[in-house]
Design a protein around this ligand. Structure first.
Ligand code: UDP
Ligand code: MG
Length: 317
């Protein structure tokens, strides 16, 4: 039996690119249906993220003219990640497998074939990974690479150079629904879900038309969300600094005693020098300790699933 594919495309003020994106996705879906790789009920699902231009009107027109295309509209702009999540959650009710991609044709549509092949080979998630960043500006390339390295350093399991171009099966999306967090950083949640996964390399193009809807400010917020939503290492750092300062205070204490015994110390100096380090150390330690608990509370409030069962022999009849 062929599988129903939904391609989810979040759109925010994308009237300039939508017709070209539609044209290319139409060709691609028709070809895949003809090759019997996907079912005839497969669709492209546009998610209008509270656009201020004609995007929604365009989506409605496209839907009227071509049954391969459909759409949903959010009540207001909620940002790329929320728009994507909305699309994924709606699509999974109709589809066996969902691919998410940007509207601006930066994600190479040709990689869809390989993604489907890998899915048919038994992978539940297929990550689209950029083979290089030659087409990025120096600034974007350097900051992006630094960001991925920093995330790894912070202990976040993230696929290097993978954004939100990915395939996920219905099984995976049903599990994604169990992640109730409000600060969404989808690319780091998928590796947490697990299941068999693979990678498809593709070359990222320049934006087809229009300008980026991700200005530097949004990008920085997004990066910050990524770090603080997945890691409590920064808090642990404070605790570690506290421990370090406490140890230093012991060294300072010994040093002060030696100076005192040698008779070089000004009256009262020993006491003050030791107190400064000791008090600061204890304070840092206390803040870090409080932070540890806040970190724990933070993780608890996210209410993430503690395990996900991938196969169950008890279900066999
Ligand atoms: N997008 C969205 N809501 C927003 C901002 C962006 O749905 O608030 C969509 C946008 O229409 C595009 C995708 O997210 O399909 C990626 O945005 P963009 O191409 O502007 O980001 P960049 O590629 O420059 O990082
Ligand atoms: Mg883009």
């Amino acid at each position: 039996m062929t599988k129903v594919l939904y391609v989810v495309v979040p759109c925010y003020n994308e009237e300039e690119v939508l017709s070209e994106t539609t044209k290319r996705l139409n060709e691609k879906l028709k070809k895949l249906i003809k090759e019997k790789k996907i079912d005839v009920n497969s669709r492209v699902l546009y998610v209008n993220d509270g656009s201020k231009d004609n995007t929604w009107q365009l989506i409605c027109d496209i839907h009227k003219n071509n049954e391969l295309f459909t759409g949903i509209s959010l009540s207001r702009n909620r940002g790329h990640q929320n728009a994507l999540l909305a699309g994924l959650m709606v699509a999974k009710e109709y589809a066996d497998v969902v691919i998410s991609m940007d509207a601006d044709l930066q994600d190479d549509i040709e990689a869809i074939d390989q993604m489907i092949d890998k899915y048919l080979d038994g992978n539940e998630i297929v990550y689209g990974v950029r083979s290089n960043r030659k087409k990025d500006t120096w600034f974007k390339r350097t900051t992006a690479e630094l960001f991925y390295k920093f995330m790894r350093f912070m202990g976040v399991d993230i696929v290097f150079n993978h954004a939100d171009y990915r395939l996920a099966s219905k099984k995976v999306l049903d599990e994604l629904e169990q992640y109730h967090e409000v600060n969404l950083f989808l690319r780091a949640i998928f590796p947490l879900i697990g299941f068999k996964s693979d990678i498809v390399y593709y070359e990222r193009n320049e934006r087809f038309a229009g300008s980026s809807k991700y200005p530097l400010r949004k990008m920085l917020n997004f990066a910050w969300d990524g770090i603080t939503s997945f890691s409590i290492k920064p808090i642990r750092l404070v605790l570690n600094i506290g421990i370090l300062m406490f140890l230093i205070s012991i060294v300072v204490l010994l040093y002060c005693i030696i100076i005192k015994l040698m008779g070089n110390a000004v009256a009262g100096w020993t006491f003050i020098a030791c107190s400064v380090w000791l008090v600061a150390g204890i304070q840092m330690l206390a803040i870090g300790l409080v932070g540890e608990y806040i970190g724990k509370i933070y993780n608890e409030t996210k209410n993430r699933p503690r395990y996900i069962i991938s196969d169950n022999l008890l279900d066999d009849k």
